[in-house]
Design a protein around this ligand. Sequence first.
Ligand SMILES: *[C@@H]1O[C@H](CO)[C@@H](O)[C@H](O)[C@H]1NC(C)=O
Ligand SMILES: *[C@@H]1O[C@H](CO)[C@@H](O)[C@H](O)[C@H]1NC(C)=O
Ligand SMILES: *[C@@H]1O[C@H](CO)[C@@H](O)[C@H](O)[C@H]1NC(C)=O
Ligand SMILES: *[C@@H]1O[C@H](CO)[C@@H](O)[C@H](O)[C@H]1NC(C)=O
Ligand SMILES: *[C@H]1O[C@H](CO)[C@@H](O)[C@H](O)[C@H]1NC(C)=O
Length: 456
Amino acid sequence: MGRRSTAELGDRMTKNVVVAMANLRLVFGLLSSVLLVVSCVEDRHTALRSPQTPRRQFPEGVPSSVAPLVSRHQLRLDNGLASTPPMGWNSWNHFACNVNETVIFETADALVSTGLAAKGYKYINLDDCWAALQRDSQGNLLARATTFPSGIKALADYVHSKGLKLGIYSDAGYYTCASQPGSLGHETQDAQTFASWEIDYLKYDNCFTDGTKPEYRYPVMRDALNKTGRPIFFSMCEWGIDSPATWANNVGNSWRTTGDITDDWNSMVGIVELNNVWADYAAPGGWNDPDMLEVGNGGMTVEEYRSHFSLWALMKAPLLIGCDVRNIGAEILEILANEEVIAVNQDPLGVQGKRVRMDGFSGLEVWSGPLSSGRVVLLLWNRSSESANITARWSDMGIPNDTLLTVRDLWKHETISEAEMYEICQEVPSHGVKMFILTPVSQIYLKRESYSHKMD
Ligand SMILES: *[C@@H]1O[C@H](CO)[C@@H](O)[C@H](O)[C@H]1NC(C)=O
Ligand SMILES: *[C@@H]1O[C@H](CO)[C@@H](O)[C@H](O)[C@H]1NC(C)=O
Ligand SMILES: *[C@@H]1O[C@H](CO)[C@@H](O)[C@H](O)[C@H]1NC(C)=O
Ligand SMILES: *[C@@H]1O[C@H](CO)[C@@H](O)[C@H](O)[C@H]1NC(C)=O
Ligand SMILES: *[C@H]1O[C@H](CO)[C@@H](O)[C@H](O)[C@H]1NC(C)=O
């Protein structure tokens, strides 16, 4: 982290303290009316209701269970991109091979008109099926004449005129998965073609390879992209084979940790499990990628999509919308446009949250991770088939008992309590989540965090 961002962090923390103090006065006024909502057990109300109890300060150091890894900023791919996970849209999950330039032009318009672009969704990414099935006589990739008659440069110009960025797709093999020419052996030429079209992002797939390991094939494209001189986000899609989290942090800006997602609950849950394993390897510059969002494609309930989106945000996954934004419904738009959840994903600390507790086979889980300015994100997830009360203890998150915290509900957009306590218990609907930011109200703790950043 550079000098400038440390200074910004300082400003932000000063502001946070002021805001927290203002909240304190406001919330104590509301305390008696909101606490019934917070608690699951009657006799806890007395403890929660006592703002006069002396406040305890955070102890020395950041709690170990939420402390970022010291080496997280070392050996990152040095292309200046991905300080936070990428946000945008990709054609595959909704359109697969039925994509054409009309869809791309209209999606660019829709990202702007829905307000999603302003919330940070900047990349418009073409997936497979944009290229002609043959290279030209000089071996250059060409846009598919029937579906992309204006050519890719025209798309880039249009997308850029809207303040957005254009992504494209190729493959570290002889063909892409849908059989257009792959870039294996053509890396330099294809990277130059992409740069000449002013492409901003490359998703690089893993079909029809020569059988060599991804460890050898992906760096070749990394170097080819670098040589163009154009910063191009490098999205590695080798499906998590060969555990890319362990070696790809100086190869790609993101790496898939799993096979393709499908638009159903079981696929989404399975992918969360696989992606969670690699949580400690994500950091600014290089992110675990559990695949693109299915939110809005119709195969899950609104509650399930809210869980899907919350988990992707907490896991610092790329937020790449996969539905038809031109025809998006109000409930789906509300999920994708939730600024408070997006802010968790885009938090400058860049630490992937993970599961911190699960109760046997109940399906009731507590997920958490540290955020900037000493804050902590908390997700209660009910994978069960019935509504249930889920309790998260401060100790699950490495926070000392009786720490004074504000608890902000990111889906209700309410600060639901500020009190000294040791746990929070909330009713969570089947397959649903509750998502919170916990902010310690302690200037001393915040100062200490700023010190630890300077050391980083
Ligand atoms: C959750 O706890 C509250 C308060 O103790 C109780 O009224 C409610 O029925 C519980 N919900 C479930 C699903 O157990
Ligand atoms: C290329 O790599 C060098 C060395 O890592 C780096 O300083 C430079 O910013 C990179 N350029 C691009 C366009 O990625
Ligand atoms: C472009 O693709 C969309 C989605 O598959 C389709 O509805 C539309 O008819 C296509 N337009 C043209 C001009 O081919
Ligand atoms: C925190 O409080 C809970 C509830 O009283 C208790 O079970 C737990 O042992 C306490 N943890 C610590 C570290 O004091
Ligand atoms: C939690 O989910 C599991 C799996 O769906 C289910 O078997 C169990 O009954 C649920 N537990 C509760 C407390 O709802």
